[in-house]
Design a protein around this ligand. Structure first.
Ligand code: NDP
Ligand code: 2IT
Length: 450
């Protein structure tokens, strides 16, 4: 089969899943040259098998809100691929969650986890539950209701969920408590746990830190660095907060943050007490980003609903780090980034750039890293949390950070060498897809048709 045969195959089988088709298309275009060189893998239908979840669980979540009204949500776990280890990947609570979104995330997770070098397969799950405006007790009751079904499908050697959009330390706590109660056992079944009950140092920071370590590696490969560079960051959640923190630590200037309502531009840089304010605002008070602008007297712009582009990406800068959600950067945004001087785009979110936007970057020589490579620090540190849980020990902050840095450098170098080996030097997207595919394909081949 050629690329267009694979594409029709995916479109026909997943007709109503646009996000999954988008993620699959990118991989298919990167992998077809690999299959031409390795006809044994084509004959074994490895790619077709990777495009089908090993198991997809969909379930009802009933819970009672503070007014005593019964609420019904949908819960899911997509167990995508277990060739190189237990299923591993986050849980997302957001009203936009559906089967297509979780299949795209689980599919990308398989490649990402392979790139970390740690023994983790890929999975993803979550619910269309909207945490916004819910009380603390409603969040707890929802997590307990969700886990009352999920518990029978996961386990520390089987499937280890973690956080993602709408699921942070608070939710992992409630989910872990519910699992422990239902199963009557204390294991490392979730990552992102609190330090006193099996969590790892640096896990909260890991995705954002890893993203910026990866970008620094990209710049260093061209004899450059982040020092003094203006950086646009979108999002203001877990990934964005620690990307901003690491940009500042490495001498860059993070000038923006956003949420689903709008964005702030702080020309002086988000750092120090201002960053602490942002963390408290988003993690504890759960307020809107506009409050940051009110507090520090900087620019705030509401994001126009239904607009053809996001003016955030018109801000003059050298680097851009989309850290909010999928498809937040389209072709017009990419043109605007190019016009405003951006020379590096590092994805902190999963699939934040549309295929058309990515083409704009590649056509204009903008260094571009796909999320499955540059945001892999989060799941890599989850892998380190699993190792510590299995051993019953915990490593210091310095030990975990050193391992994270080494992993990000290794992923960076692996992407570059795989891209070069297949005639696409400097293309991190092709490199990530090829290297991730080859690792999982080798394991699937060895394990037979199962
Ligand atoms: P959080 O829930 O902590 O933060 C999400 C941020 O993105 C918030 O600022 C939120 O704004 C904004 N956002 C979410 N959905 C939308 C939307 N539809 N439109 C505009 N803005 C939106 O999530 P994380 O920081 O954990 O995740 C961010 C991204 O990073 C996701 O793509 C996730 O898959 C990816 N990722 C996360 C990892 C992790 O370890 N947490 C690891 C690797 C990737 P608002 O508050 O208004 O909703
Ligand atoms: O997209 C991701 O890699 C995550 N949300 C983190 C997954 C994990 O298992 O730590």
């Amino acid at each position: 089969m050629n690329a267009s045969d694979y594409l029709s195959y995916v479109k026909q089988r997943n007709a109503h899943e646009p996000e999954f088709i988008q993620a699959a298309e990118e991989v298919i275009l990167s992998i077809t040259p690999v299959l031409e060189k390795n006809p044994d893998l084509a004959k074994l239908k490895i790619l077709e098998r990777m495009l089908e979840p090993e198991r997809l669980i969909s379930f009802r979540v009933n819970w009672v809100d503070d007014r005593g009204e019964i609420q019904i949500n949908r819960g899911y776990r997509v167990q995508m691929n277990s060739a190189i280890g237990p299923y591993k990947g986050g849980l997302r609570f957001h009203p936009s969650v559906n089967q297509s979104v979780l299949k795209f995330l689980a599919f990308e997770q398989v490649f990402k986890n392979a790139l970390t070098t740690l023994p983790m397969g890929g999975g993803k799950g979550g619910s269309d539950f909207d945490p916004k405006g819910k009380s603390e007790l409603e969040i707890m009751r929802f997590c307990q209701a969700f886990m009352s079904e999920l518990a029978r499908h996961i386990g520390h050697r089987l499937d280890v969920p973690a956080g993602d959009i709408g699921v942070g330390g608070r939710e992992i706590g409630y989910l872990f408590g519910a699992y422990k109660k239902i199963r009557n056992e204390f294991t490392g079944v979730l990552t992102g746990k609190g330090l006193a009950w099996g969590g790892s140092l640096i896990r909260p920071e890991a995705t954002g830190y890893g993203l910026i370590y990866f970008a620094e590696n990209m710049l260093q490969s061209k004899g450059d660095s982040l020092q003094g560079k203006r950086c646009i960051v979108s999002g203001s959640g877990n990934v964005a907060q620690f990307a901003i923190e690491k940009i500042d630590q490495l001498g860059g200037i993070a000038i923006s943050a956003s949420d689903s309502s709008g964005y702030v531009i702080d020309e002086a840089g988000i750092r120090g007490e201002k960053l602490e304010f942002l963390k408290d605002l988003k993690n504890n008070r759960r307020g809107r980003i506009k409050e940051y602008a009110d507090q520090f007297k900087c620019e705030y712009h509401a994001t126009p609903a239904g607009s053809a582009f996001n003016p955030l990406w018109k801000t003059r800068a050298a680097c851009a780090f989309p850290c909010a959600t999928q498809n937040e950067v389209n072709a017009t945004d990419a043109q605007n980034l190019h016009a405003s001087g951006v020379r590096l785009v590092g994805e902190g979110a999963n699939m934040p750039c549309t295929p058309e936007a990515i083409n704009v970057f590649l056509d204009n020589g903008i260094a571009y890293s796909p999320g499955k490579a540059s945001n892999a620090g989060g799941v890599a540190t989850s892998g380190l949390e699993m190792s510590q849980n299995y051993m019953g020990q915990s490593w210091t902050r310095e030990e975990v950070d050193a391992k994270l840095q080494a992993i990000m450098k290794n992923i960076h170098d692996t992407c570059l060498s795989a891209a070069a080996a297949y005639g696409q030097p400097g293309n991190y997207m092709a490199g990530a897809n090829i290297a991730g595919f080859l690792k999982v394909a080798g394991a699937m081949k060895a394990q037979g048709v199962v």
